[in-house]
Design a protein around this ligand. Sequence first.
Ligand code: C2E
Ligand code: CA
Ligand code: CA
Length: 407
Amino acid sequence: MEKDFDNIKTFPANTAIIKQGEEGQSAYIIEKGHVEILIEKENGLVQSLGTRGPGSLIGEMAIVDDNLRTATVKTIEECEVLLIDRTDFNKRLESADPVIQMFMKVILSRYRDVVARSQIFKHSGDAPALEQQEKKLVKETNAVEKIKLANELSNAFENDHIQLHYQPIINLKTGNIIGFESLMRWEHPEKGFISPGLFVPVAEENGLITELSKLAVEKSCATLRNVETSFDLNQKLFVSVNFASTDFMEPEFQDHLQENLKKNALSPEQLHIEITERLLMDNPDNASKVLEKCRDAGMCVSIDDFGTGYSSLSYLHYFPIDILKIDRVFINNMLKDDSALELVKSVLSLAHNMGMKVIAEGIEEKHQADMLAHLGCDHVQGYYLAKPMDEDNLKEFVSEALKIHKI
Ligand code: C2E
Ligand code: CA
Ligand code: CA
């Protein structure tokens, strides 16, 4: 690199190049000599973090942000340093090729994170405090990420970037498609596909879930209507929509469902309300009241991810439930682990004794389907049978199914 001799500064031995707590606008590269990095702790004690020699970069955070200096750098002997001024640096960056600019910005912001983390490790003496601070930083980073994601999600919702896909649910005895679960998809213009496992919890936290759930109901009912009018079906299919417990707090929740059923000429039993055990327990009294009303109106209630949430089964009596969906963890382990198999058997006998049906989730292999058929499971859903798909592909799937089965 060509040197800018105007920017070479000489510091005598035992002088501070930068001071902790002061503002700084420059970073330095050591050309000659050695420095010591010192930090003063809250109790007034000064700790040495080590020495640096020629080629080392110091005070670099000043190039990246406006924070005060986090350490003092003192010369051990006479030192020559190359000064990098922030304004000068940014000016040079602005006139650089756009790709280089972007590259530098990404590297600098990553560098900021790395430095922030390493400061925590260096500053902290004892391991538990270090772990706490690290956790705090991760939490703060996650909080910022979440806010960003929440904003982007609101935009995505407004710009119609949220789509619904549909995964067929199959009757194990007949092999017929009986309905499908609707699953939300977010196609981010830059980041690509974002999993609902990631954005649904964010929407649950910031309240956008209510709007997203309404959208899911509207699109799902319209899709079911489109499938029905495209084929001459002997039997009615259903669509199962995922909800959050806060949806049940909406005064117009049930009216909105009824409105969409009516608009699409569907009967109430064609709409299944899916709620996880975990969310059901957020506000059990309200959930029970709302679900009771929906059930009285003829809709079906499914408990999602069954087996993962609550060890107590007593709550099953408390809610009006038509279907239990066994979580895929148990289906996945059922053939390797006896306790998973026992759980599947228990859920089946419990559900059947209580007049409920069972859907096994996450069937990925034929022998899982065979085992479930042997155990008397009612319905199945999983990649082995069909992956979630858009409306056009769902129609294609139904059309193929009609060639084999009479639906
Ligand atoms: P879920 O309700 O348990 O949905 C089933 C998830 O398992 C889906 O993931 C589905 O694509 C995936 N899956 C289906 N078959 C298989 C299989 O054979 N193997 C494996 N490994 N996975 C399978 P997805 O679509 O990523 O959704 C994740 C979760 O996000 C859902 O879990 C649900 O909790 C939530 N979610 C998705 N759409 C909505 C929505 O419209 N509203 C709400 N409130 N939550 C939603
Ligand atoms: Ca579900
Ligand atoms: Ca599930």
